[in-house]
Design a protein around this ligand. Sequence first.
Ligand code: PMP
Length: 469
Amino acid sequence: VKQSAARPRLYDTAAIQQLDSAHYLHPFTNFQDLNAKGARVMVRGEGIYLWDSQGSKILDGMSGLWCVNVGYGRTRISEAVYRQMETLPFYNSFFNTTNVPAVQLAAKLVEIAPLYFNHVFFTGSGSEANDTNVRMVRRYWDLLGQPQRHTIISRHNAYHGSTVAGASLGGMDGMHAQGGLPIPGIVHIGQPNYFESGKGMSEDAFGLLAASWLEEKILELGPEQVAAFIGEPVQGAGGVLIPPASYWPEIQRICDKYGVLLIADEVICGFGRLGKWFASELFGIKPDLITFAKGVTSGYVPLGGVLVGDRVADVLIDKGGEFNHGFTYSGHPVACAAALENIRIIEEEELVRKVAEDTGPYLKKRFAELGGHPLVGHADSCGFVAGLNLVRRKGATMHDCQLFEPEQGVGMICRGYLFDKGMIMRAVGDRMIVAPPLVMTRAQIDEMIALIRACLDATHADLRERGWV
Ligand code: PMP
């Protein structure tokens, strides 16, 4: 039964927090710090808003965790899930069996994907999908008689998941420091972060330079050792890093030149987030494999997978025999039913077109205005992801700004004000980022920008008081 906003249920927040501290180990969390302050208890969602157990309304600028593309409270998805659970809650796809939602979803994904994608491998999450990529590209080269061709090149500050292979593909130092990662056969090059590293160069020249690091690495390893390059079209968890326009076409050229497979990790960028079904189309690249998750179900039920292009699929199918890989929940009928309904909503409400032509450009314009704030050194967006860099003193260009020291934790101070004012934005160092639900209207964009501006003002006043600006 859907809960009415008029009659909010009462929660014993302290009791829930106490149980939470006692038993629930949260992901990517300092357990002691969280236990000391108690977790915020989220209890309900509707559209772009959440409510916590104390009745506070919160504007969710992060779509949950980059995933609730169609917004919260979509009865159509819960009904589709209910119907599927009543009919067939589970069956595996291992024993020469299949199920109707998985088949329909595979066909639907092939329909919305670029033309040369005709196959899908389902997983339960983005991390498992990237593990699948590692196994699949290595299998591909084995089948072609090049078993030495196993090294995968990724980038520093990339995020590709938290399983052993996913975290190895990712380029997060903090993750590599725990548990002896990366695993062998995965190496990293620099990221195309123009704000951080592009001083004195045009954006295009920097994009070409950052792409050349891939060629350097391929030549250093020997092309005959390199299986694939993996990258997020726009780095998400790394801080919404939008690459220069010259970057991806040059990456494609280099991959083509050396026959290296290209994997686009579209776990965040897919399903309309950047104003295309898949961001590879936006950046003009033709990846051999596309990782997806999150937006495929808008996060209502876990689901991920890999879109497998013809180059790889033909080899796996024609020469491969059995591929010894898969998960209990590969092609889970309930998750696939949720995805089908979610994609129907995206189509019927034309959310991809809206982000491309209407609300995305409007978000860009409003976000650019925040660039005028005394605390903001640079603000940019792409479709429905956006970010701004907090700086101590603005400069003539983004590269002449004076930055804060990382230990000052200015991003977290700003995030604290946002939290108090009922707005969720994520802090990656001193870069503040949003990825709102794709259903956000122009009026709601105005509301979000006003909240962000108020929090920037509050942060600025706070920092002045500390003598930091
Ligand atoms: N790839 C990218 C680009 C991601 O952003 C994420 C999750 N944030 C993942 C992979 C991992 O997905 P999951 O958390 O579903 O395993």
